[in-house]
Structures are given as C-alpha cells and as structure tokens.
Design a protein around this ligand. Structure first.
Ligand code: SF4
Ligand code: SF4
Length: 102
C-alpha cells in the first residue's frame, strides 16, 4: 500500500492531524541517521498527512532529510512542531526512524 492509498483509506487522520489531536507527549522519534537511504518517504508522508493542503510537499514536512558531508550519508532533523504522531516512522523501511517511549 502506498502513501497516497493509505491517506485515502483513512477517513479521520487528516482531521486529527489538522487539529493536533495526534500530538503524543509520551513518545518521541528515535533517529538513526546511519540507516537512512535518503528515500524521502518519511518527509513525503509527513507533508501529506499533516499539511492543511494534504498534498506531497517537502517544504511542508516537519522532518527534513539532507545529504551529509560524506557521500551516501544523510542528516535528519525534525522541527519543533512535530507531534510525534509516528507516521514518518511507519513509512521508513530502513529502520532509521522509530517511535520510542519518553
Ligand atoms: S512524527 Fe513524523 S510524520 Fe509525525 S509530525 Fe513528526 S515528523 Fe511529521
Ligand atoms: S529516514 Fe527512512 S524514510 Fe526517511 S529518508 Fe531516511 S530511509 Fe527514507
């Protein structure tokens, strides 16, 4: 199932994200940048699920993935308004993102 399919399948997720009901104070994102492939699925999913426009837009994503200094490495940062909803981690197939209890 792709990102778009999951968005269409969920009737409630967009409303919940828009009103910040998915903000989770009990967990945080764990980032292992060494595992990252740079595929950007996390950022695309974040923008689709959490932006008011509900579109793929990397500029709207709360997670950023950029090339690191060494070739083949990536740096991952998360903005202060990340709700720790865990959607980006759901779409990371490389084990670079997981949600963990605080
Ligand atoms: S947990 Fe991931 S998908 Fe959810 S708001 Fe934060 S960066 Fe976006
Ligand atoms: S953190 Fe995961 S989903 Fe995001 S770019 Fe890296 S490998 Fe892809």
């Amino acid at each position: 199932m792709g990102v778009q399919d999951r968005a269409v399948a969920c009737e409630f997720l967009n409303c919940l994200c828009r009103f910040d009901a998915m903000a989770n104070k009990d967990r945080r994102l764990s980032i292992v940048a060494e595992q990252c492939s740079g595929c950007l699925r996390c950022a695309l999913a974040c923008s689709l699920y959490t932006s008011p426009e509900r579109t793929f837009n990397l500029a709207q994503s709360k997670i950023r993935v950029v090339p690191g200094w060494e070739q083949g490495t990536f740096e991952i940062t998360v903005s202060h308004d990340c709700t720790c909803c865990g959607i980006c981690a759901m779409y990371c197939e490389f084990g670079a993102l997981t949600t963990v209890d605080r």
